[in-house]
Ligand binder design. Structure first.
Ligand SMILES: [Zn+2]
Length: 429
C-alpha cells in the first residue's frame, strides 16, 4: 500500500525508524515449528477468511496434513482466489514474499516452502524477526502456568512483558473452577472472601514478577455489558455450586451475577495495583460468533464507575468505530488501541486514524499490537509493516489538506507507534 499524498514517502520512511510497542501478543513460546506449509493458511487469522470463502468441509480437508499438497491444492487455490485481498490476506502475501521469496501462491510455491519452513523455535531467529520489524517490546497475553509466575521461573519470549490474563478468574461456575485457582497457591477455598483473597495474592505476585497490565477477552463468551449486582446475589451463586461440587452454574443468566461481581472486584484490585486493564472489544477471531455482545459501548457503566482504572480498549472495536471514538473522547480513563485492527481491516484503520486525530486527544491512541502466537513471528513483521503503512497513509493525507504540518505528523506517528504506549504501560524504555 502507498499513500497518494506528497508527504507519504517521507512519513513512511520516518515510521520505519520509530521502534514499536507491540501492545498485544500471544507468543507463549518460540514456535512450535510448522510441519506443513498449509498451516500458514489454516491456523492463523487468514484461516477465518478462507473459511468464510469456502466451507467447513473444505477447511477440514485443508487442515488434514495426511493428505498431499497436490490433493489439497485445488481447494486452497479456489478459496485463496476469493479471499486474498483482505487485510489478513495482505499480511500473508507480504510474509510469503519476505520470508519465502514467493510473489504468488501456487502449488509450486507450496512445494518449495515445504523444504524451508521457518525455524520459529530458534530463539535467535525469532528475535531477529522482531529486530527486522523494529519491535522494541511486546505485551504478552499468554495464559502461563501461574506457579511459574509465583516462583519467578516463567521464561517469556524475546522482548516480552507479561499481562495478567483475567477471564478464568471471573468466569468461575463450579467448585472445580474455584479450587483450580486455589491450587495454584496451595489453598482450599471455602468462601467468596477466600476466593477474592487468593485472586488478589495471585495478581500481586504477577505484578511483582513484572506484569504491566491486566487483560480480558471475555467478550468471546459473554456480553461486555457488566451489571453491578450486590454481593449477596453473587454469593448466592458462589455458595450454591460450592455446597455441591457436582453443580455448575448455567450460562449466561445463572453465572452472570457472580461473574459481574468478580469483574468489578478485579477492577478495584487493578486500581489498587495501579495497573491498566486491556479489554477485547469488537471483532473476534474465528467465525460464527455474536458481535453485538462485544461492542465497547457496553462497557460504559463500568468505565463511569471505575474512574481510577485506566482502560485500554482493543481492536478499534471493529466494526463499531463511532462508539469507540466516543468512549476515547469522553472518558479520561480510556485509551484506544489499534492492536490487531490494522490487519482486520486496513482501510477502516486508515480512515479511523484520521478520524481519531480529529476527535480524540492523540496522546490516547496506541497504534500497533501484533496479536499473533509463537508460530507466527513472520506475521508480526508483516503486520507491523501494514500498521506503519496505515499510519503513514492517514497522517500524510492530513498533511496534504494542511490539517497538520510535517513535523506535527512525525510527532503524532512517534506517539502512536511508541511514545503513548511506553508511557501508558510504564515500560520505561
Ligand atoms: Zn489477542
Amino acid at each position: 500500500m502507498k499513500g497518494i499524498a506528497k508527504s507519504y514517502a517521507a512519513l513512511r520512511a520516518y515510521c520505519e525508524t520509530v521502534p514499536l510497542v507491540d501492545c498485544h501478543d500471544h507468543a507463549e513460546q518460540c514456535g512450535p515449528n510448522q510441519k506443513d506449509p498449509f498451516e500458514m493458511f489454516v491456523n492463523g487469522y487468514f484461516a477465518s477468511d478462507l473459511h468464510s470463502a469456502s466451507s467447513d468441509a473444505d477447511m477440514a480437508v485443508l487442515a488434514d496434513a495426511e493428505r498431499s499438497l497436490e490433493e489439497r491444492w485445488p481447494i486452497l487455490e479456489w478459496a485463496w482466489k476469493r479471499a486474498r485481498f483482505t487485510g489478513y490476506g495482505m499480511m500473508v502475501r507480504r510474509a510469503l514474499k519476505e520470508f519465502y521469496g514467493e510473489d504468488e501462491l501456487t502449488l509450486a510455491a507450496l512445494q518449495r516452502m515445504q523444504d524451508k519452513l521457518l525455524n520459529y523455535e530458534d530463539e535467535a531467529f525469532f528475535d531477529s524477526v522482531l529486530e527486522k520489524a523494529n519491535i522494541a517490546v511486546r505485551i504478552l497475553d499468554v495464559w502461563p502456568d501461574v506457579r511459574k509466575v509465583l516462583d519467578g521461573t516463567l521464561k517469556l519470549t524475546p522482548r516480552g512483558r507479561l499481562a495478567i490474563s483475567l477471564p478464568g478468574y471471573h468466569a468461575v461456575r463450579s467448585y472445580e473452577d474455584v479450587q483450580a485457582v486455589g491450587n495454584v497457591v496451595g489453598r482450599t477455598i471455602t468462601s467468596l472472601d477466600e476466593y477474592l483473597d487468593v485472586c488478589r495474592v495471585i495478581f500481586e505476585e504477577h505484578k511483582a514478577y513484572g506484569a504491566v497490565t491486566l487483560k480480558d477477552q471475555s467478550a468471546y463468551n459473554r456480553t461486555l455489558d457488566y451489571g453491578n449486582p450486590t454481593r449477596a446475589e453473587a454469593e448466592a451463586v458462589f455458595n450454591w455450586f460450592m455446597e455441591d461440587p457436582r453443580r455448575s452454574a448455567s450460562y449466561p443468566d445463572g453465572v452472570k451475577p457472580l461473574d459481574d461481581y468478580l469483574f468489578h472486584a478485579f477492577m478495584r484490585m487493578a486500581r489498587d495495583l495501579d495497573l491498566p486493564v486491556q479489554i477485547h472489544t469488537g471483532h473476534m477471531a474465528g467465525i460464527r460468533n455474536d458481535i453485538v455482545k462485544t461492542n465497547a459501548i457496553g462497557l460504559t457503566k463500568l468505565i463511569e464507575l471505575h474512574r481510577d482504572v485506566r482502560f485500554d480498549l482493543f481492536h478499534a472495536n471493529w466494526p463499531y468505530s463511532g462508539e469507540w471514538l466516543y468512549l476515547g473522547k469522553n472518558y479520561p480513563n480510556v485509551t484506544l488501541d489499534f492492536c490487531w485492527a490494522n490487519i482486520i481491516d486496513p482501510i477502516y484503520c486508515q480512515n479511523l486514524f484520521k478520524q481519531a486525530l480529529s476527535s480524540v486527544p492523540h496522546g490516547k491512541i496506541h497504534g500497533y499490537g501484533s496479536d499473533v502466537g509463537g508460530s507466527s513471528v513472520d506475521m508480526a513483521w508483516a503486520h507491523a509493516q501494514i500498521a506503519r503503512d496505515n499510519i503513514a497513509i492517514a497522517l500524510s493525507d492530513l498533511v496534504e489538506i494542511d490539517y497538520l504540518s510535517m513535523d506535527e505528523a512525525r510527532e503524532v506517528a512517534y506517539a502512536w507507534l511508541f511514545g503513548n504506549a511506553n508511557n501508558f504501560f510504564r515500560l520505561g524504555l
